[in-house]
Design a protein around this ligand. Structure first.
Ligand SMILES: NC(=O)c1ccc[n+]([C@@H]2O[C@H](COP(=O)([O-])OP(=O)(O)OC[C@H]3O[C@@H](n4cnc5c(N)ncnc54)[C@H](OP(=O)(O)O)[C@@H]3O)[C@@H](O)[C@H]2O)c1
Length: 331
């Protein structure tokens, strides 16, 4: 057995991808699955080499056979499930967007501290080596003037929506919408690169279900502006860029960051700075979380917590400014 013993909540595709990445890193041993359905929990656990399964989050939280839990349930369920797990003394890796309100986040961080466990938001783009190269290369751009970071991905679930079937990600009940689901990636990148903005304004395109199908988030940094585009109802392969007086840094995509280019403003020459051909970039976040727990790396943890706070703060303000309210807003 290697490393910590891992359990999962959620049996959709993303949990499968996470477990493939866990296996690739060899940093955790898969032990148990939770599902609302016993058949699904058992089948999922066995399929991925687990030895236990649960249909109660409370029972999972109390299990002696689990150290860390990966939570990939609909956004609106994260808070209750994570609080139960933290109460049981488990480390938690929770999918993006970790929570819906800053109040939830602060409650969970306090409980994690009280229980001497770690709580992480799984936001894989900022953990990739190419993103780290981008951060290191930022100075080359000189004085920053603008940035456009975008994630415009037509969702097959929008076809269902148009047919009258509202899936979780288009439902306010489960805290869906473009900003929570996709905007969180470019926003996380912006906050990691530029820090918290002085001000922000969100302009959503609303759907009849009460969530944003797409939107534009403007982050004001006083001497430059970062514009974030996110959409689940249109498609674009356009790259994301940071524009400075000396040149432009361009990444292929705001969530799957695997290519970084530099374009000199004066010579217009294009240079490839970094490229990563890894299939499953969840390996980087898993490595970071495993290192942080095993080495009790409180400095990295503090940085990650502060980052999550700023991301949740901007997203909550964006929603509230536009009257986009979820059941979690009552917590
Ligand atoms: N990092 C990434 O690249 C990435 C990609 C996709 C999604 N995500 C994140 O992962 C999370 C899950 O997203 P998803 O698209 O997989 O969500 P989903 O398909 O709507 O649901 C995920 C799981 O939650 C359970 N679930 C579904 N509906 C439920 C309900 N009404 N009540 C209680 N449990 C329910 C189901 O598991 P059981 O039926 O087994 O209980 C399901 O497998 C979200 O936070 C999302 O933002 C991350």
């Amino acid at each position: 057995m290697t490393g910590m013993r891992l359990a999962t909540i959620g049996t959709s595709k993303i949990t499968g991808s996470f477990l493939e990445a866990v296996q690739e890193t060899g940093r955790m041993t898969y032990t148990a699955a939770y599902s609302r359905s016993a058949d699904k929990a058992r089948a999922f656990s066995e399929q991925h080499g687990g030895i236990q399964w649960f249909t109660s989050v409370e029972a999972l939280a109390q299990s002696d056979a689990v150290d860390v839990v990966y939570v990939a349930s609909p956004n609106g369920l994260h808070f209750q499930q994570v609080m139960t797990l933290l109460n049981g003394g488990k480390h938690v890796i929770c999918e993006k967007p970790i929570f819906i309100t800053l109040n939830e986040l602060e409650q969970a961080f306090s409980l994690a501290e009280e229980k001497h466990v770690f709580l992480f938001q799984a936001i894989r783009n900022i953990q990739t080596p190419v993103f780290k190269e981008l951060k290191a290369a930022l100075h080359r751009a000189g004085r920053l003037r603008s940035s456009v970071l975008q994630l415009i991905q037509y969702s097959s679930r929008y076809d269902l929506f148009l047919d009258g079937k509202i899936t979780n990600i288009f439902s306010p009940q489960f805290a869906g919408g473009a900003l929570e689901d996709l905007g969180v990636y470019p926003l996380s990148a912006a906050i990691s690169l530029f820090g918290p903005p002085a001000d922000s304004a969100y302009f959503p395109v609303m759907l009849s279900s009460g969530v944003d199908g797409s939107g534009t988030l403007v982050l004001n940094y006083e001497d430059f502006v970062c514009t974030i585009l996110c959409s689940k109802i249109a498609h674009s392969d356009a790259p994301s860029e940071i524009h400075g007086e000396q040149g432009t840094l361009r990444i292929n995509n705001a969530s799957n960051i695997h290519r970084l280019e530099w374009i000199d403003a004066h010579t217009k020459q294009d240079e490839l700075i970094a490229e990563d051909k890894t299939d499953n970039d969840m390996i980087y976040e898993i490595t970071c979380f495993a290192d942080t727990i095993e080495q009790n790396d409180l400095e990295t943890y503090r940085t990650l917590k502060e980052h999550s706070r700023e991301v949740v703060r901007v997203m909550e303000k964006s929603r509230r400014d536009n009257g986009i309210l979820f059941p979690n807003d009552q917590v």
